[in-house]
Ligand binder design. Structure first.
Ligand code: C2E
Ligand code: CA
Ligand code: CA
Ligand code: CA
Length: 273
């Protein structure tokens, strides 16, 4: 029993070390990825109840030369812990603004949702960065939606609200992403300059198997209605989920049922309208 115990400990330590090395190697490679042109922006359509595409979410992809495509769920946390997210975030803002301009000139009248990390948002010069990206691209700021998470609201709430107002004054709208997975209270929400809440896909996936999730989704929608916020459901995969959401008066839908995220070039070739 003793030997097994020791082995188990040894094994545990090995995998911990592997994990640390893995992280460091991702961090090293990520630091070079932007300059090496390995990062790419994909976009996933957002549709209304009539299935008309009204917007898109910008989602980052990393084409690693050896490992292949590394998902953002793996590299965004590393980027946030290492500080590289600031560089990635600035790049994303510029990419997003350029994408919006290209889409508009190809005849696509869409909003574009950009994920903004709390680390990025809290930078002293974040507002100036946003202004620069808009000025340099001449993008229409009123088409931009910043997706922030409830994590941003844990500290310095007053400062966060002030900054959100400054950004909203540029014409940019705000969405609370992964809604329902954090701790925002109604009283917070009504103080924020918000346009939208986005129901996390974990709730959508179990709508039909889990009565708690059904209730959560319905109460998020009625709360949003009360606060006059638009509701987006992410991770919609089945017709059944979509029908339930439409019936519950959700307004915008995003998920594999409609389309997967695709490269911006694929959008530009698509028929507008
Ligand atoms: P998120 O913001 O919650 O984005 C939704 C995720 O759900 C995306 O994963 C999307 O590809 C995926 N998805 C869309 N439809 C479906 C569906 O029908 N079923 C399922 N199972 N999944 C669906 P993705 O692209 O892997 O991104 C993961 C997370 O990485 C994002 O979660 C976001 O938090 C982060 N992320 C992605 N791009 C960026 C970025 O440019 N900046 C920042 N800060 N974070 C990003
Ligand atoms: Ca998002
Ligand atoms: Ca989510
Ligand atoms: Ca998220």
């Amino acid at each position: 029993a003793k030997a097994t115990g020791r082995n188990r400990v040894a094994f545990f330590e090995m995998s911990m070390q592997d994990e640390v090395e893995e992280r460091l190697s991702i961090e090293r490679d990520l630091a070079l990825a932007i300059a090496a042109g390995q990062l790419e922006m994909f976009m996933q359509p957002q549709v209304n109840a009539d299935c008309k595409t009204v917007g898109a979410e910008l989602l980052m992809r990393w084409n690693h030369p050896v490992r292949g495509v590394i998902p953002p769920a793996v590299f965004i946390p590393v980027a946030e812990e290492s500080g590289l997210i600031l560089q990635l975030g600035t790049w994303t803002l510029h990419q997003g603004c350029q994408a919006l301009v290209s889409l508009a000139s190809a005849g696509h009248d869409l909003s574009l949702s950009i994920n903004v990390s709390p680390y990025q948002f809290r930078q002293a010069d974040f507002v100036q960065q946003v202004e620069r990206a808009i000025d340099q691209s001449s993008a229409d700021a009123t088409k931009l939606i910043f997706e922030i998470t409830e994590g941003l609201l844990i500290e310095n709430v007053e400062q966060t609200i002030d900054r959100m107002r400054e950004i909203a004054a540029l014409g940019i709208r705000f969405s609370i992403d992964d809604f329902g997975t954090g701790y925002s209270s109604l009283s917070y929400l009504k103080r924020l300059p918000l346009f939208e809440v986005k129901i996390d896909k974990s709730f959508i996936q179990d709508i039909h198997d889990n009565s708690d999730d059904t209730a959560i989704v319905q109460s998020i929608i009625s709360m949003a209605k009360l606060l006059r916020l638009r509701v987006v459901a992410e991770g919609v995969e089945t017709r059944q989920q979509a029908d339930f959401l439409i019936k519950s008066q959700c307004q915008v839908f995003q998920g594999y049922l409609y389309d997967k995220p695709m490269p911006i070039s694929a959008w530009l070739y698509r028929q507008a309208g």
